[in-house]
Design a protein around this ligand. Structure first.
Ligand SMILES: NC(=O)c1ccc[n+]([C@@H]2O[C@H](COP(=O)([O-])OP(=O)(O)OC[C@H]3O[C@@H](n4cnc5c(N)ncnc54)[C@H](OP(=O)(O)O)[C@@H]3O)[C@@H](O)[C@H]2O)c1
Length: 320
């Protein structure tokens, strides 16, 4: 089978597509024939080994984990002897964080890891990125912001993967949503349900009159200090993008500044959040936006496109 790897940090050119044996599932694993796999901003950052302090975990001089891709959707092709939740032929989706990557034709995943049956009303392409934008943003909005009906949420990067998910989720949770993107994406963010959309190329935060309960900066372009004048007295600043600056602000203002690497939360907590999302997808209340799809052989072009900073929603590898 074909899989994407990188053995050194660098540009998209370091990505190699290699041929390896199809893995065999252990007794507690299923083998999934992948139909669609996400390609994310986080993948491009891991490939580059940035932020550099992240190399303490990723590998100081070269990546420890050389496979690419986390989110996947596909069909169960074989099962280990202890499997009870799945059978051959089931359509499943989820996220494989460590070990064998999802930018691959097959992967093995433990049945108690982040893998669930795919809602029948959505495609593999729409399911593969759910654990990136939707799961991350739902964790921030539900667990950190604890959004309540009528609260006002400011979502920066509203046209990205996390942002497009956050706009839809915050509306479902009863919030008033102000989405921030550039002018070319305003119609898209309004169609997602935002009550108001502002263009980051023209607004000045210190001139805004509104006060928000939550500033959720999905793209790491703001900080608590730059946003505090638009937060109300109990307002919080949250970002999924780690930086030394954010770590410092979290230490100084632990109640006001929130960051979490969602992927390393307890499995049971992630599974519970994912079950809520599955239910919302089944009710057609959420929609994954796919910007572009690529073949596995063209993965480096997907990474190049993501690095332009202008993707709208999600990127998916198909025809695996
Ligand atoms: N902590 C976690 O658990 C976790 C999990 C997943 C991802 N992440 C991180 O979350 C971040 C966001 O990922 P993503 O895939 O959602 O991002 P993304 O899709 O790459 O974001 C692209 C979008 O950002 C918008 N944008 C670019 N510059 C902007 C600015 N200055 N202000 C506002 N919007 C701007 C662009 O809109 P325009 O084209 O209109 O400019 C574009 O639509 C990444 O850094 C990723 O590593 C963290």
């Amino acid at each position: 089978m074909k899989k994407a790897i990188y053995t050194t940090y660098g540009s998209p050119e370091v990505i190699q597509i290699i041929d390896v044996e199809i893995p065999s599932p252990k007794p507690n694993e299923i083998l999934v024939k992948i139909k669609a796999a996400s390609v994310t901003r986080a993948d491009t950052m891991m490939r580059q080994g940035i932020p550099k302090f992240g190399r303490i975990f990723l590998g100081l001089f070269k990546p420890k984990n050389t496979v690419l891709g986390t989110g996947f959707s596909g069909i169960v092709e074989a099962i280990g002897s202890q499997i009870t939740r799945f059978k051959i032929g089931d359509e499943v989706f989820g996220e494989k964080l460590f070990g064998n990557g999802s930018n691959s034709q097959y992967l093995c995943i433990g049945e108690n890891e982040l893998v669930e049956k795919k809602p029948k009303n959505i495609s593999h392409c729409d399911a593969a990125p759910i654990c990136d934008g939707f799961l991350t943003s739902y964790n921030f909005l539900k667990e950190h912001a604890k959004i309540k009906e009528g609260q006002h949420v400011f979502i920066n990067g509203a046209s990205g993967s996390l942002g497009s998910a956050a706009v839809q989720l915050a509306k479902i949770m009863g919030a008033k949503v102000t989405g921030i993107c550039s002018s070319k994406n305003i119609d898209f963010v309004i169609a997602l349900g935002a009550d108001e959309v502002l263009d980051y190329t023209t607004i000045k935060l210190n001139e805004l009159q509104s006060r928000y309960d939550v500033v959720y900066d999905t793209v790491g372009k703001l900080s608590y200090n730059s946003s505090k004048n638009i937060l109300n007295d109990n307002g919080i600043f949250m970002t999924p993008v780690l930086s030394i600056q954010i770590l410092g602000q979290m230490i100084l203002h632990p109640q006001k500044v929130k960051f979490e690497a969602t992927g390393i939360k307890k499995k049971e907590e992630l599974k519970s959040l994912l079950k809520d999302l599955i239910s919302l997808f089944k009710q057609n209340q959420l929609q994954t936006h796919i910007d572009k799809t690529y073949n596995l052989e063209d993965l480096k072009y997907a990474h190049q496109y993501i690095e332009t900073g202008g993707k709208v929603g999600n990127i998916v590898v198909v025809n695996l």
